[in-house]
Write a protein that binds this ligand. Sequence first.
Ligand SMILES: [Zn+2]
Length: 310
Amino acid sequence: MPNGRETSHRTRRNLLAAGLGTLVSCAAPRSILVHEHIFVDFAGAEIASPSRYNRDEVFATAKPKLDAIKKLGCIRLLECTPNFLGRDPILLARLSQSTGVDIWTNTGLYAANRYRHLPAYAKVESALELSRRWISEWRNGIDGTKPRFIRIGVNEAPLGEWDRKLVEAAAITSQETGLTIASHTGRGAAPEQVEILRKLKFPLEKFVWVHAQNEKNHKIHEDVARAGAWVEFDGIGPKSLDWHKQCVEHMAKAGLLHKVLISQDTGWWHVGEPNGGSYRDYDPIYKDFMPLINKNWWQQLLWDNPNRAF
Ligand SMILES: [Zn+2]
């Protein structure tokens, strides 16, 4: 049995811990960033490779930026760089371990940017064959890390054969693995993807329309959200605060805030540039954007919705 002195010590310690807990949670509510990048290589599928950069250099530059958002409450970051564009699960695992931010990687392929990031096999294989590759990455991991979402990219409407094939492959993969699809969507191509997925009887709550901010017609944001898909407004930054605020407020007014995701789509180490070029910070969303919107929406946009979507 503890003596009186120990009890009072423990009580004081517990009170202190409880007080600190409240303080920490007030100052930094927990959050998830659903679309950022640590490393991207735009050289093309034939050229991009880990031999083009030094992991230690990228690590040293990325770490303080991740430490900064960890202090602001960031628990998890979805690293959205697809395969053949610099996806590097070894680097991400190292950063996760050292910063305490849970960094997720992805499976899938990117047809956007006129197919220059598609490997040759993706052009000839069927949707089913591609899905087998992605499902295998999920089963066996990629360099020791399991992908936690499906990342594809499609060009502007009307979608080409290869774009449509990736959407179908993603749907098959999602049905097998339960992973959510986040699709980088070229101009006007959201309704077409929704149509493809509907024909496959795919549950649209497992589909994220990435880059919805490029669509200026709020009616289409509403339609896609009402169909059940997630509408993600990316690219929050100093020049876009008004537009992003308007998008979020419009969706809230339409009763659709529960289908909205937001991101900066920022960061990253630029291959071939000294010190990784203009690697931007991940904290403006916390410092510049969130204070502009209704405080009651914070938890929904940065925690509840990301958790439900992925
Ligand atoms: Zn991105």
